[in-house]
Design a protein around this ligand. Structure first.
Ligand SMILES: [Zn+2]
Length: 126
């Protein structure tokens, strides 16, 4: 069981590094908005993934299928990763809005200036 989680955290750690590089390397590099969207959606997918790991870990723990040491270590690791990812996500959204992206009044999605309708819910730009 712990080998399985070791592998998961190793793989996700590599993706995390990738996204951090993309996010921190992005300002002033003139990335096309498609790239920004990919990073944004990628970060969200990572948040979802780690939330899933955490839920699965809690489930295993509640059924006594994971030892306490592994549980504590992975829980800490996943929570730290989630905090980092959420911080990256907030930072990215803030930067996008500063560079002219608009926030949907209905659902809160950030949209590139070229779009006239929200890419998530379809509401028109303000
Ligand atoms: Zn919307």
């Amino acid at each position: 069981m712990s080998d399985f989680f070791e592998a998961l955290s190793w793989i996700s750690g590599r993706y995390l590094g990738f996204f951090h590089e993309r996010v921190s390397g992005a300002p002033g590099t003139g990335l096309a908005f498609e790239d920004e969207l990919r990073v944004l959606d990628g970060l969200r997918a990572e948040v979802e993934k780690y939330s899933g790991y955490l839920a699965r870990l809690e489930d295993l723990h509640s059924r006594g299928e994971v030892d306490t040491e592994t549980y504590s270590r992975l829980k800490k690791e996943y929570e730290e990763s989630l905090a980092e990812l959420n911080a990256s996500l907030s930072g990215l959204k803030k930067r996008l809005v500063e560079s002219g992206w608009w926030v949907c009044a209905k659902c809160g999605e950030v949209n590139p200036p070229v779009l006239t309708k929200c890419r998530k819910c379809g509401r028109g730009s303000p």
